[in-house]
Design a protein around this ligand. Structure first.
Ligand SMILES: *[C@@H]1O[C@H](CO)[C@@H](O)[C@H](O)[C@H]1NC(C)=O
Ligand SMILES: *[C@@H]1O[C@H](CO)[C@@H](O)[C@H](O)[C@H]1NC(C)=O
Ligand SMILES: *[C@@H]1O[C@H](CO)[C@@H](O)[C@H](O)[C@H]1NC(C)=O
Ligand SMILES: *[C@@H]1O[C@H](CO)[C@@H](O)[C@H](O)[C@H]1NC(C)=O
Ligand SMILES: *[C@@H]1O[C@H](CO)[C@@H](O)[C@H](O)[C@H]1NC(C)=O
Ligand SMILES: *[C@@H]1O[C@H](CO)[C@@H](O)[C@H](O)[C@H]1NC(C)=O
Ligand SMILES: *[C@@H]1O[C@H](CO)[C@@H](O)[C@H](O)[C@H]1NC(C)=O
Ligand SMILES: *[C@@H]1O[C@H](CO)[C@@H](O)[C@H](O)[C@H]1NC(C)=O
Ligand SMILES: *[C@@H]1O[C@H](CO)[C@@H](O)[C@H](O)[C@H]1NC(C)=O
Ligand SMILES: *[C@@H]1O[C@H](CO)[C@@H](O)[C@H](O)[C@H]1NC(C)=O
Length: 691
């Protein structure tokens, strides 16, 4: 029954993450350990993936609450390779060090940290598919299946029954068996793309589109699809080709079958929209509803429930797939106004970022964005992390923890999670940025590919140590930096985007996203003059709601006025020079050249000895080569292939020196180690030292 879920055959092979034999390598008899096997017939072939084991309080269901701010569970993860009926796996212990190969848990690291008692236990296996992307990078990831990429129970994942387990505190073996598969909903097996991006029934006014993306399929080396949910306005007549409508492209998370603004879920909005009449109250009369075509995308991607709607080196050309492939299909099928002034971008949070990014990179395609509480617009504040200047993402210089989620209770700020707690929680669900959660997807979207083929993470996920060189690669997605550096460049963003960016955030944003907006405003005001971008900060407002906390119709009428004013016959038509037929950034070829496999290879270099005419008794010096940020180095000198000193640790960029005491061939070996990287030893050339 699993076969149907994956179109491409499941390839099991060496990934760039070091593989470990996950069974039979040590004697577990003295520990508390969990042995997991799989019922025969459940898997058609052995698989790579991640096992996540959850211990919930007795009498509760482990899936009831897995949220970082409230879960009472103890969660443990471990990568598995070639897992199948013949190779059960044992989970035991856990450590901060071996996250790629061993057990890693939250809130406590090790299985041995669980207090004795009775727990309700369930295990899940997220299956990975190994693919080689067109730039040559090979990764093992989960391709989502119309399920919004949940933490552990995505469609096609294996699960055990919920089992009551009594932990004694001494040596103990608990045996669990994967005996079930999470079912794929609403999938008959005949649809284009199978479960990819889901399958939904149309209604008269809510249409679902799904296309195979040529660009994404080429990049991923397998069939890839993108979809859209299209809500038609009242009175829309498929036969009437003269009446055309502006379109709001509403960006956000996985919408399943729903239309934008919860069309289909919010009965009052749906009813009023379909009637084309905004109901009045006791002070206002009924009035006609604005008429738009409302589009929201289905673009679940490896790494997250949506792609952030831009071209990225880790996720692929999603920006192009949506803008160049899907939107033309929408414009062919429906009676849209095909001009930038009538293409609006909006959204909140992730969608807030995606909407402003699309306007900044594609002012030729879109006219305006109304971006609400967007993800960090300026990485001087990535949430509340001072990414460019801090040395640790979890701890401030004064030792206090960096918060990541807050709320306000009676006006007093209450911290619900710290950056450290949340990152460690994510790490139980996936290593190498594969948790399908927030911090990880930012690493995937904003970062380049690492030399290990996975996102080049800006800090060590366990310790929080920031790698400035990795952060530097984020710059093209620092929208503030991008606007400022291209303000007067050939991209001419200053003139092109003036009057077209609307941003809203509350000062009590639960994720500190107001901080990034403040930085964006400060820097764009400095080059463009006050109000270059129209920023609204509402005091004491939390994350969520419509633009400027407006009631939905009030907001849609504001957008309607903007479109009317900027139409060719409007008061302030959008000028052709600001929408000239070119993109202004995030060009796929440049993105992959800058951040793909070949760039990662080019960043590397072997150690190099400066040893022309070297002589015994005279110092020889060598560089340690170039490595990815965060790789820890151990070096050793050899003379005639034999060690002449103990190995020593050395910083990246250092120059190391050695004074030979005998003639022969001198060589430097450097070994680099990093979480989720294969440990690698690189050698300098051998240099002859004479007398
Ligand atoms: C665990 O919960 C079950 C009900 O779900 C109950 O029957 C049992 O007594 C509980 N065990 C303990 C040790 O509390
Ligand atoms: C793992 O690291 C965290 C944070 O540095 C620390 O609090 C914890 O004690 C460590 N646990 C183990 C088992 O090393
Ligand atoms: C487990 O974590 C909790 C809270 O994070 C801590 O209070 C407790 O001491 C830890 N237990 C062990 C055995 O490390
Ligand atoms: C498997 O899980 C489904 C829910 O996804 C459930 O309906 C079914 O009863 C389970 N089967 C077994 C054998 O536990
Ligand atoms: C719809 O409107 C009714 C009457 O005003 C209200 O009671 C109900 O809560 C509304 N439903 C939603 C989903 O807002
Ligand atoms: C109008 O309706 C609101 C509730 O929607 C109510 O609070 C107010 O008293 C009403 N005013 C009049 C004049 O009926
Ligand atoms: C540490 O610094 C932060 C700002 O960087 C500040 O908000 C916090 O109050 C300081 N904590 C202590 C204990 O000084
Ligand atoms: C918040 O204020 C209300 C009313 O003053 C009070 O009843 C409530 O206990 C307060 N909550 C907290 C957490 O202080
Ligand atoms: C852009 O060019 C204008 C006019 O040449 C100049 O006044 C302004 O300082 C420049 N701004 C930036 C950010 O370079
Ligand atoms: C900013 O936009 C709002 C609408 O969102 C508008 O009311 C306001 O006048 C604008 N501010 C400026 C300075 O243009």
């Amino acid at each position: 029954m699993l076969k149907a879920f994956f179109l491409a055959s499941l390839t099991v092979g060496a990934s760039a993450i070091p593989t470990a034999r996950s069974y039979g390598e040590r004697d577990y008899s003295t520990d508390f350990n969990i042995k997991l096997s799989v019922a025969s017939g459940l898997l058609d072939a052995p698989t790579d993936g991640r096992i996540v084991l959850m211990f919930a309080p007795n009498g509760t269901e482990p899936l009831e609450d897995t949220d970082v701010t409230s879960s009472p569970n103890k969660i443990f993860g471990k990568n598995v390779y070639n897992f199948g009926p013949k190779h059960p796996v044992t989970l035991s212990g856990g450590s901060n060090e071996s996250t790629a190969t061993g057990v890693f848990g939250w809130p406590n690291v090790s299985l041995s940290d669980i207090n004795p008692g009775t727990y309700s236990v369930q295990a899940f296996l997220t299956r990975y598919e190994t693919v080689t992307r067109s730039d040559g990078s090979k990764v093992s990831v989960r391709f989502p299946c119309g399920d919004g990429a949940p933490n552990v129970n995505g469609f096609g994942s294996l699960m055990t029954s919920i089992t009551d387990v009594e932990i004694s505190g001494g040596a103990q073996i608990v045996e669990l068996t994967f005996n079930n598969v999470t079912a794929v909903e609403a999938f008959t097996g005949k649809e284009i793309g199978g479960c990819h991006q889901g399958n939904y029934e149309d209604t008269d006014t809510l249409k679902h589109i799904k296309i195979r993306s040529k660009k994404l399929s080429k990049f991923w080396g397998r069939h890839m699809y993108v979809g859209a949910n299209v809500v038609l306005p009242a009175g829309y007549d498929a036969m009437d080709k003269k009446t055309r409508y502006p379109v709001i492209y509403n960006q956000g998370h996985w919408p399943a079958g729903q239309g934008a603004y919860r069309y289909g879920k919010d009965e009052n909005f749906t009813a009023a929209w379909d009637a084309g009449v905004i109901p009045g109250d006791n002070t206002t009369a009924d009035r006609p509803a604005p008429k738009f075509i409302l589009v929201t995308f289905r673009h679940e991607a490896p790494y997250y429930d949506d792609s952030y709607a831009v071209n990225t080196a880790n996720l692929g050309p999603y920006g192009d797939a949506l803008n160049e492939e899907l939107i033309p299909v929408i414009e062919n099928m429906f009676h849209t106004i095909r001009a930038p002034y009538a293409r609006v971008q909006d959204g909140g949070s992730t969608g807030g970022w995606a909407s402003i990014a699309n306007l900044i990179y594609r002012p030729d395609l879109f006219g305006v964005c109304f971006s609400s509480y967007p993800d960090s617009l300026d990485f001087h504040r990535h949430q509340d992390i001072e990414l460019y200047t801090a040395s640790n993402a979890y701890k401030r210089a004064n030792g206090s923890s960096v918060p990541s989620i807050r709320t306000h209770v009676n006006g007093t700020e209450v911290i619900l999670a710290t950056a450290e707690l949340e990152n460690r929680w994510e790490l139980t669900f996936g290593t190498a940025s594969r948790s399908f959660n927030q911090w990880d997807v930012w690493d995937a979207v904003f970062g380049v590919q690492g030399y290990n083929n996975y996102p080049l993470e800006p800090w060590d996920k366990v310790t929080g140590e920031i790698y400035p060189e990795a952060v530097e690669y984020w710059k093209p997605f620092d929208l503030s930096n991008y606007v400022v550096t291209n303000f007067n460049s050939s991209r001419n963003l200053g003139a092109a985007l003036a009057g077209r960016i609307f941003i809203y955030v509350g000062t009590w944003d639960n994720y500190y996203l107001n901080e990034g907006v403040t930085e964006f405003q400060k820097r764009t005001d400095a080059v463009g003059g006050s109000g270059w971008a129209n920023v609204t900060m509402l005091p004491e407002k939390a994350h969520g709601g419509n633009y400027q906390a407006r009631e939905i119709w009030d907001y849609l009428e504001l957008v309607e006025r903007w479109v009317r004013d900027h139409a060719p016959d409007g008061r302030t038509p959008l000028s052709a020079s600001s929408t000239a037929p070119c993109t202004r950034g995030n060009v796929w070829e440049e993105v992959i050249q800058y951040g793909g496999r070949q760039a990662a290879i080019k960043r590397q270099a072997d150690p190099k000895i400066d040893g022309e005419n070297a002589k015994v008794g005279e110092e020889v010096s060598a560089s340690v080569g170039r490595w990815d940020p965060g790789v820890k180095l151990i070096a050793q000198w050899l003379l005639d292939r034999k060690p002449v000193c103990v190995s020593f640790s050395v910083e990246q960029g250092a120059v190391v020196k050695y004074t030979p005491t005998a003639k022969g061939y001198v060589q430097l070996l450097v070994t680099g180690e990093k979480r989720n990287y294969v440990t690698e030893t690189r050698k300098s050339k051998r240099v002859f030292v004479g007398r």
